[in-house]
Design a binder for this molecule. Structure first.
Ligand code: SAM
Length: 266
């Protein structure tokens, strides 16, 4: 136990950097435009910095996912009417939310798992209305980068096939306790219409991972084993040169290419 005098000692392994600035908390919560009719899920409520602002909007249903047992117990005592789920958000069955109706998801995400959580949430929560996450500044840049940009990568190409991302604002280390070593930023996610979601997400994810593992190489070199007439035609129609690098393709082009190339899990 890491408690003394009822003070919680932050666990580095759980990415515990607690927000201290009420104004920043309010701005993050306002970014999901909370309504009374909402079903809101908060990931990693910690000591409740965002939780109390969300709660003050009286959402119809409010659920929080917290991995730290000690913090979960405190939240249960402080907010008896909130559903506190003691779980590792990385293992949570996001698909299971679909039958609970439209939801909004928010969180100041633990740095070490932020990208993975966002990868899963945007692609698995079919009932998502809107999400707002605080992540490492560098990850925020990746999520919102445009093709050709240094920050553009597999995460960008994947996430933007499911949602429109928007960089909202930067948050300095000084507003946390303990202070992280780097800046943070808040990003908003508005899901694309379901009709635009990839029909075969597994193949898209395999293609994105394969191409970005070799991001310095030309597309024709990486795709050599998968080349076909259909792939040739795709490059011609899209006016993409086979010598181009993966980072120059738009998220929609990754999707289009994934429909011509079948990648087998190795
Ligand atoms: N929301 C609080 C705030 O803004 O002050 C705490 C944010 S802190 C950056 C991250 C929180 O996520 C911590 O409470 C931590 O215990 C929790 N956490 C870490 N890993 C988690 C996981 N895999 N699943 C659920 N919660 C996790």
């Amino acid at each position: 136990m890491t408690e003394s005098n009822n003070v919680h000692r932050a666990k580095k392994s759980l990415g515990q950097n607690f927000l201290q600035d009420q104004n920043i908390c309010r701005r993050i919560v306002e970014a999901i435009a909370p309504q009374k009719s909402d079903f809101i899920i908060e990931i990693g409520p910690g000591q409740g910095a965002l939780t109390s602002f969300i709660k003050s909007n009286n959402p119809t249903k409010f659920m929080v996912l917290e991995l730290d047992d000690e913090l979960a117990s405190r939240l249960e005592s402080k907010y008896p009417d909130i559903e506190v789920v003691r779980t590792d958000a990385l293992k949570y069955s996001w698909e299971s939310l679909a039958h609970l109706g439209p939801c909004k998801i928010i969180g100041n995400l633990p740095y070490n798992v932020g990208s993975k959580l966002i990868w899963d949430i945007v692609s698995q929560v079919t009932s998502l209305q809107h999400a707002v996450f605080m992540v490492q500044h560098e990850v925020a840049l990746r999520l919102t980068a445009t093709p050709g940009n240094k920050a553009y990568g597999g995460l960008t190409a994947w996430v933007n096939n499911f949602a429109n991302t928007r960089y909202l604002f930067k948050v300095p280390p000084t507003v946390f306790r303990p202070r992280p070593k780097v800046d943070s930023a808040v990003v908003s996610f508005t899901p694309l219409p379901r009709s635009q979601w990839p029909a075969n997400p597994t193949n898209l994810s395999l293609l994105i991972k394969m191409l970005f593992q070799k991001r310095r190489k030309q597309l024709s070199t990486i795709l050599k084993k998968h080349w076909s007439e259909e792939v040739d035609l795709w490059f011609e129609n899209e006016k993409v040169k086979p010598e181009a690098r993966p980072e120059t393709l738009t998220p929609q082009q990754f999707l289009g290419l994934s429909q011509c190339v079948c990648i087998k899990k190795s």
